[in-house]
Design a protein around this ligand. Sequence first.
Ligand code: ZN
Length: 239
Amino acid sequence: MTVKCSICGKRPAIIYRSSSGEYICRNCLEKVVRKNVKRTLARSRILKAGSNIMLYATWLAPVESIVMTRVVPRVEARYKTRITLAYPEGMESLIFQDVAERSPYEWSGRKGFLAECILNDIGHARSLCESKGCDAIVTPYPRLMLVKAGLQAVMAGRTDLLKASRQYHPEDPPIVNALSGLEKELILQYAYVNNIPLLDPAGSCDDLGAGDVLMSILPESREVEFSSLKALVELSKFS
Ligand SMILES: [Zn+2]
C-alpha cells in the first residue's frame, strides 16, 4: 500500500520525517527544505537586495555543502543576489554549477578538536570572502555538528573555544548557517532522494566521543539537537 504525502495529500510519500511525524512526497520535500533555508536567510538579516554573498562549501560537512550549493541559489534566484561559490578541490563535480562566480580553493585539511576545525574553517572562509570582495558568508555546518563541537569543548575544559566562537570584529563579514533550521535526518534524506553521495567529512577532527553522547540521547529527544546549541551559546557567555 502506498502512503500518501501528509502535506499535499495527493502524491505518494517517499520519506518519513520523524521530528514531525509526516510522510512527505518528493515535491513537498523540496518545498519544505527551500522554505526552511529561505526563512533562515531572511531571519539572519544579512542579505540585502544586490548582496554579494559567498557560499562556502567545505569537506568538513560535504553532504551539507552540496545540499547548500543546490538549494541556496534557487532560493535566491528571485533576488538580485550575486553568488560566489567557494569550494574545496575534489568537490567540483558535485556542486551546483549555475552561479555567478566559482572559486576553487586548495583543501589543506583540518586538525584538532572539532571546534578548532570549525574555527579554522571559518577563518579561511573569512579571508576568501575578503579577497573576493563578498559582503556575507553562507556556511553549511549542520546544527548537530556545532552542538558536538561545543559539547566536546566543554568536556575537555576548553571553554576558550566556545568563547572564540563568539568573538568577531565588527568589520568581519557576517555569517549565516543556511541549514541550521533543518534536522540532520532530513538533510540526509534530502541528499539521498537527490542522489547526493553520503560522503564522510574529511580532516582529523576529534569530537572526544561527544557525538556518541548525543546519538545516545537523540532518538528519545530530537529537540536536543536544537535546544542544546542554545544552551552552549548561553554557556559561552560565562566562559
Ligand atoms: Zn506532497
